[in-house]
Design a protein around this ligand. Structure first.
Ligand SMILES: C=C1C[C@]23C[C@@]1(O)CC[C@H]2[C@@]12CCC[C@@](C)(C(=O)O1)[C@H]2[C@@H]3C(=O)O
Ligand SMILES: O=C(O)CCC(=O)C(=O)O
Ligand SMILES: [Fe+2]
Length: 345
């Protein structure tokens, strides 16, 4: 085990043992930029799903302006979200060597590791993650070989189920706001085939937050992402009109909904995927949980016919989620440009 963790360390592909360092190591020191200010006078919309009379139009406006909004009264029980936070903290507070038993393989999607976008930056991020697709039992056994991991698995499985349900509901509302029905987008909105990935994020207390980066600016590759911030601030969204970073203040029990790149493609760029980042702080160990919702494995995603006409030609060529993730792994924030039709303006 030791030799494996040593070789990963040498290649810088496993997270730091955050508890073992006192100051910010050079490997994690970013040059602070003042290029884009923090904007405290604006905030992303908060939409009450219980008030179904105008939720759809509020969602449409939020997707056009921000690509992100928060939902309340979404139907996922607060007790389950609290359990989710507890189990997430339980995992990340394990000793570093224990977490490394469940390290994500280079080709794998699941397990413990650095943010996948780390290779695009000269400095490392002040965070670690753990991805789950389907049953987490195998990784849970590696993490807790002696202890009971039933609770961890039950909570993660229940959350995946609930988040899949909420994603389906949100997709319906987002499509509706574009004037589309499930009939128009055959192949989407079918729980049996849609794919979801639950991703736990951990941002330990940081000795020098102004020179560290929790999660560097990125858009998600999904159709949409649900994010539970566990009541600790840190998420910021880039506002393209005012050119600044807007904090997404956590609201107890609220879930953040992000438009991902695949929805950007399907809406023919009417809805922009939201550029966002996570900052860290000195006092709190912040955890968050993202659920990436995507189309069925073999479905080629392309701009919806109904949203295109001679004045609005399809801007992107068809891609599967897997093909898009491959493009993202090579081109990162330029992936959307790479799949843009060359004939469109
Ligand atoms: C399905 C996925 C989306 C994601 C890559 C992944 O395979 C699993 C982790 C996801 C995540 C979480 C942190 C930010 C992000 C850009 C990354 O590096 O890994 C996203 C990826 C994404 O949306 O492209
Ligand atoms: O932790 C957060 O607030 C953001 C997480 C995120 O952007 C992600 O997991 O893709
Ligand atoms: Fe994200």
């Amino acid at each position: 085990m030791n030799s494996m963790s040593e070789s990963f360390k040498a290649a810088n592909i496993i997270p730091l043992d955050f508890k073992a360092v006192l100051g910010l190591p050079d490997s994690h020191t970013w040059t602070p930029t003042t290029e884009y200010p923090l904007i405290l006078t604006e905030s992303v919309p908060v939409i009450d799903l219980f008030d179904s009379s105008n939720a759809m139009s509020l969602i449409g406006n939020a997707c056009e302006k921000w690509g992100v909004f928060q939902v309340i009264n979404h139907g996922i029980a607060i007790d389950l979200l609290s359990e989710l936070e507890l189990q997430t903290r339980r995992l990340f507070t394990l000793p570093a060597d224990q977490k490394l038993r469940a390290v994500r393989s280079s080709e794998g999607f699941t397990g413990y590791g650095l943010p996948r976008i780390s290779s695009f930056f000269p400095k490392l991020m002040w965070s670690e993650g753990f991805s789950i697709m389907g049953s987490p039992a195998e990784h849970a056994r590696q993490l807790w070989p002696q202890d009971d991991h039933t609770n961890f698995c039950n909570v993660m499985e229940q959350c995946q189920k609930e988040m899949m349900g909420l994603s389906e509901k949100m997709i319906g509302l987002v499509l509706g706001s574009l004037g589309l029905t499930h009939e128009d987008v055959k192949g989407l909105g079918c729980q049996a085939q849609a794919q979801g990935l639950l991703h736990l994020n951990s941002y330990p207390e940081c000795p020098d937050p102004s020179r560290a980066m929790g999660l560097a600016p990125h858009t998600d590759s999904s159709l949409l992402t649900l994010l539970y911030q566990c009541n600790t601030s840190g998420l910021q969204v880039f506002a393209h009109d005012t050119l600044g970073w807007v904090p997404v203040d956590p609201i107890t029990g609220a879930i953040v909904v992000n438009i991902g790149d695949l929805m950007h493609i399907m809406s023919n760029a009417r809805f922009k995927s939201a550029l966002h980042r996570a900052v860290v702080n000195k006092i709190h160990h912040r955890v968050s949980v993202a659920y990436f919702y995507g189309p069925p494995r073999d479905l080629k995603v392309s701009p919806w016919i109904k949203l295109t006409d001679p004045d609005h030609p399809p801007l992107y060529r068809p891609v599967t989620w897997k093909e898009y993730l491959d493009a993202k792994a090579t081109h990162f924030n330029k992936a959307l440009e790479v799949i843009r039709n060359t004939t469109s303006s």
